[in-house]
Ligand binder design. Structure first.
Ligand code: SF4
Ligand code: SF4
Length: 527
């Protein structure tokens, strides 16, 4: 088949635009598909064959296929499977009909191009491991390449709950596989530092000095850190700017509502967010109080546990969740507000995270039911504060009346969907609705707006190559909108986008939606 590579590239190209379903030369009907064509260039989603039904799928797709024959390394020690503690549920695995619709929207598949780094491939792997036909250790790299962005959950026409499957798989990988020494060290650093604001805070001064003294420029321009310790280099490359504001940021425990009190809400400060993005937290509080909310900030709160939870560090995530629940006990709040997408998704999962804890199961469910992303909350509660334009009308020699009438739509914004808001919490309309209420704001949508930027919690530190490619693509697409300002509601996305804007030599302001609303409420202009 001399033209095979051409065909592969052609269909990969179609995949990038989500068009692979329009034509498909693969002669294999779904029920007989051996998966994976290594690497499979096209999803098995096409119009020529009817969609596979559940009964057609009743054959065991692993043992009846040549899957293991094509991937012998996965079956080398068939005994090394999942342990008995909540393995991925077979009944959830069986809901996948292997249609491949999800492949075109999977960022790891887009970059790596291999079936086993796609949602369908990973589900096949879980199936094979569950049935003792493949080894977890040999397959674990393919679970590690998953960003956990949950785009496949949004795409899947069969309603496969990949989110539950990968959440069950991660702790299994952590418990039952051994990582290399460099991987263990970087994980040790991340999980013993980031979720603990009290451990992070003492580092602010040395980091401030590191940036201000010019040492950072030296390290970056030499490129040595990246070469010798690539993951540490990746961590350094997204280090946010430490400001004097980061060093002094205490907020009172209760902040009264302005005007008539409509709600009493609690706010979660986050770990990285409270130290490196304190202006976002301050803006969030101002927007809430301006809109009739009394804000409660319990002192005992720590991290939400998203970082360990997303990486399968089960016990650590549970301990952190218990502390968070305790800190909000007896606060009597109507809602618990969070302004970071990844944290919000984890906070809403507390019922699941503490499902085996008889003392906290109920409390965790009650807590989770009160959690609201700040944009979700405000869109429902409604804005009562008056909003003003973010830019001054251009002075063009016209009369004030003419100028004002003509120049109300003068700030072009691209809103960047964070995966854990869009796919994880199904929140996409609310932020746009809020931003469009600001006079003069015009929203632009980018190509591949729902594709992950590569940040994905600590993914850009653990899998820097894939993350860099996704970050590059994301920034290119955002810049192509012609937006003057990029808006992102997740600290991880903001850091990733800032890094790639810098790498591409572009200066575009990046803000959180709450900062924009805060500017608008206070009548402040964006320079
Ligand atoms: S996860 Fe859904 S979209 Fe992907 S292959 Fe399975 S059934 Fe198809
Ligand atoms: S969560 Fe994201 S990276 Fe993982 S399989 Fe689904 S689409 Fe791909």
């Amino acid at each position: 088949m001399p033209d095979a590579p051409l065909k592969i590239n052609f269909f990969r190209g179609l995949n990038r635009f989500g068009l692979s379903g329009l034509s498909h030369p693969c002669p294999m009907p779904h029920a007989r598909c051996p998966m994976p064509h290594a690497p499979c260039p096209m999803p098995h989603a096409h119009l020529k064959f009817p969609m596979q039904t559940k009964s057609e799928n009743s054959v065991n797709p692993v043992s009846q296929s040549n899957f293991l024959a094509q991937n012998p390394h996965l079956a080398s020690v068939a005994s090394g499977g999942f342990d008995a503690s909540h393995p991925p549920e077979q009944k959830l695995i069986d809901t996948c009909v292997h249609c491949g619709f999800c492949l075109a929207t999977c960022p790891s598949y887009r970059v790596l191009g291999t079936e086993m780094d796609s949602p369908r491939g990973r589900i096949y792997l879980m199936d094979a491991i569950n049935k003792g036909e493949a080894e977890l250790k040999a397959a674990s790299d393919h679970f590690d390449t998953c960003l956990g962005c949950l785009a496949c959950v949004s795409t899947c026409p069969s309603g496969v709950q990949y989110d539950k499957l990968i959440a069950a798989t991660r702790p299994q990988v952590e418990r039952n596989t051994e990582r290399s020494l460099p991987q263990r060290l970087i994980r040790l650093l991340i999980f013993n530092l980031f979720p603990y604001p009290n451990r992070l805070r003492p580092l602010l001064f040395p980091l401030f000095f590191y940036q201000k003294s010019g040492l950072q420029n030296l390290v970056r321009s030499s490129g040595l850190l990246k070469k010798i310790f690539p993951r540490l280099g990746a961590m350094e490359s997204i280090l946010p700017q430490i400001t004097l504001d980061s060093l002094r940021q205490e907020m009172p425990e209760v902040i009264p509502a302005q005007g008539e009190k409509r709600y009493r809400v609690g706010i979660i400060l986050g770990c990285v967010q409270r130290l490196f993005f304190s202006p976002v937290n301050q803006a969030t509080v101002r927007v809430l109080t301006a809109n009739g909310c009394e804000v409660v900030i319990p002192k005992g709160q720590g991290c939400c546990g998203a970082l360990p939870a997303h990486q399968g560090q089960e016990e650590q995530a549970q301990a952190i969740a218990r502390q968070m629940i305790d800190s909000f006990a007896d606060t009597g709040v109507d809602a618990i507000i969070i302004n970071a997408a990844g944290c919000g998704h984890t906070l809403k999962e507390y019922g699941h995270i503490l499902q085996d804890d008889p003392d906290y199961r109920q409390k965790a469910q009650e807590f989770a039911s009160k959690v609201k992303d700040v944009q979700e909350f405000l869109a429902t509660a409604g804005l009562t504060a008056e909003l003003s334009p973010l830019t001054d009308p251009p002075s063009d020699g016209k009369s004030t009346a003419e100028s004002t009438a003509e120049s109300t739509a003068e700030l072009t914004i691209a809103y960047q969907d964070a995966c854990h808001l869009l796919h994880g919490q199904k929140i996409s309309i609310q932020p746009r609705q809020l931003l469009q209420q600001i006079p003069g704001v015009r929203l632009r949508e980018s190509v591949d707006a729902s594709l992950c930027c590569g940040s994905a919690g600590v993914y850009n530190m653990l899998q820097p190559e894939v993350a860099d490619e996704l970050g590059r693509q994301k920034v290119e697409n955002l810049l192509n909108t012609g937006a003057e300002l990029i808006v992102s509601a997740n600290p991880g996305c903001s850091l990733q986008i800032k890094k790639h804007l810098e790498l591409q030599g572009k200066e575009v302001t990046l803000m959180h939606p709450m900062e924009l609303l805060d500017y608008s409420i206070r009548g402040e202009k964006i320079k």
